[in-house]
Structures are given as C-alpha cells and as structure tokens.
Ligand binder design. Sequence first.
Ligand code: PLP
Length: 381
Amino acid sequence: MLNPVEDRLRNELAALEQKQRKRDLRISDAIDFTSNDYLGLTQSPVIKARVIRDLQSGMLLGSGGSRLLRGNHVWHQLAEKEFAEFEDVEAALFFSSGYAANMAVLTAIPTRRDVILYDTMVHASIKEGIHSSLAAKKTFEHKSVASLRAAAESIKDVGNMYVVVESLYSMDGDEAPLEEIAAVCSELKLYLIVDEAHATGLFGKHGRGLIDDKNIREQILLSIHPCGKALAAAGAFVCSSEIIKSYLINKARTMIFTTALPPIVPATISEVLKEIKRNPAIIKKVHQNADYVREKLRSHLKKWIVPEGRSPIIPLIVGDDRVSVAVAAEMQMRGADIRPIRPPTVAEGTARFRITVSALHTKKDLDLLCDGLIEVEAHYL
Ligand SMILES: Cc1ncc(COP(=O)(O)O)c(C=O)c1O
C-alpha cells in the first residue's frame, strides 16, 4: 500500500507519463551524440595511463574531507595552479561541480544591498545561486544588450550590480554578445560574471574559452569553468583575483561544507590540460565535425530546424514532444544515441534534440546520424 505522499508522487509521475514527459535513467551502447565530452578525452588511453600511475604511486581513492580540513591534496592545488596558468589569470579555485561553483559565487559575493541582473536563459545552477542570494534579482532578455542596459538603468540607489551570463548557452549552443555586454558593464560600472561551461577547451588560445577569444578578460570580475564537459572530468574552477579566491575559501558554503572531490578528478584535469596543449588538433577536429553535421542537416532537412552556429552543440528543433520521443527511439535503433529535450527544460512547442559532436566521431559516424535523421524526417512530412 502506498502512503499518501507516495500516492501523490505516483499521480504526478503518471501525469508526466501521459504527456510523454516522464524521464528515466538510461544507458545506451549507441554512438554518443548527446554527451558534453566534446574533445573525446574521457576515453584517452594516455590520460588513463597517467592517472593509473598516480593511483599506483599512492594517490588516495577518496579525499577524506572538506578542502578546509584533510580533503585538500596536492592534486587539487596543482590543478588550480595549472588551470590559472592555462587561463592566464591570477587565481583559480576548484569546486566539486559547476553547480557548486555557481552557488558559491552568487551566494557569497553579492550582498543584500546589491542587484544581480541575469540572462533569462542561464543554466539552472546559476538560477539556483541567484535565488539563494540575498541580493535583489532582475532578468534581461536572452542575449539582448539593449534589455540589459534598460534593466540596469531602471535600478537606482543600490550597492553593486552584477551581470551573469553564459558565454555559450548550453541548450542551443548560441553565443552571448560578450564584447557588447562587457562594454555596457564597463560603461555602467556593472560587475560581469561569465560561465564558460561549454566554451572552455573549445575556443580561444589553447582552448581557453570565449572570454579569451573575445579578449574581455580584463573587463570581467570572475569566470566559472565546469570541468565535466570538454575537460572530460568533473568539478569546476572559479577564475578570479587572489582576493576573491581567498574570500570564497572563507565564505562559500559549497566549498566549506562538502567533501572535496577524490584526488583522481583534479589529477585527471591536469592531464587533460597537458593533452590539449600537446594535441591542439583535437579542437580543430571537433569544430570540423560540427560544421559538417550542421551543414548537412541544414541543407537536407525540410521541416525540422537547425539554427546557424559554430559550436559542437547542434540543436535540432522538431516541435512536438511525442515526435521527439519517437525519433529518439528510432535513432537509437539505428545506432545513434540522441535524447529528446522537452518542456519544461525548453519552451512549449520547441521539443528538440541537443546533438553534440566530438573530436572522436568519424565521417561514418556523422553520416549515420545525418542520413538517419534525414530519412526519419521524411516520415513526418
Ligand atoms: C552553463 C552551465 N553551468 C553550470 C553547469 C553545471 O556544471 P556541473 O555539471 O559541473 O554541475 C552546467 C551543466 O551541467 C552548465 O551547462
């Protein structure tokens, strides 16, 4: 017998099922066109061998505690030093996830006298951080510099104003107009915070990201770099001044009250950074693969929409929730793992696939994906 709480939960799940919106955890053997492993480095035998060597020479399996206590190890500090060098910034601080890093920055730094302005499309972890912050909050329209300016100019008599954006939006792979945003922030004295989750490892010098690509590092307060995407691991760095780093170590609850990630994670990141430097051709390759898929789908699909772009995230908008579920199942059978993204993650009527390509995909893999989608679309015309 279900108790009343479970009974309510079951009813809610049944309603989701009815709308084709119930999610399950799945494992797929099909070719991966859905992860964020853009450079394919989660599979790197070179990196695996180096990390095994570390484990064999004494690296602990678990960190053993919070970083403020015994959980801080040489691998955590080394990765921070190396990432600060990679990004050419004063300091980097490692958190256990991008979620934790966004929560840390947004709850620790803005005060109750301050205001946070944010793009409507920022990631859920940024929204959580903003909602948990004591500061007032206000949104501006997605990527609209005019809307940002209007929002900032409508606010008077406050402490500091912060602006939070992603450099490359995770769902559609579209880029923020970072230079214009940075210019407005400089003019109106707003502090700019940029989440580089989907740009780190892919753009700019050595794959530093879009802050470097657009040359605005001097104009931002800090940046967040989750490491579970192109960096093939987990955790996240906050890149900032030494003062901000030290403040976060002292005040950020998601740094203080959580067990540090096992040393194998920062050790992996150190090796990933070396690998990117040693083999920059993988960055070129993932962009070539993305261009190939985007162009092929854009020129052959008749009804489904693939927007322009230059990132390895290729949205394919089919509209109807049920169609997205049926197409995903058909593509799984054909050997391509793509997953439907449905409301509430995206707006009603815009169910889609968030196709991602990696540096490891061969032309045969890409053709299996594109030809399959083109054929399947024909059933829905
Ligand atoms: C833009 C953005 N920020 C932060 C995160 C959270 O990072 P993590 O998965 O490391 O918690 C993600 C994705 O998960 C993201 O897409």
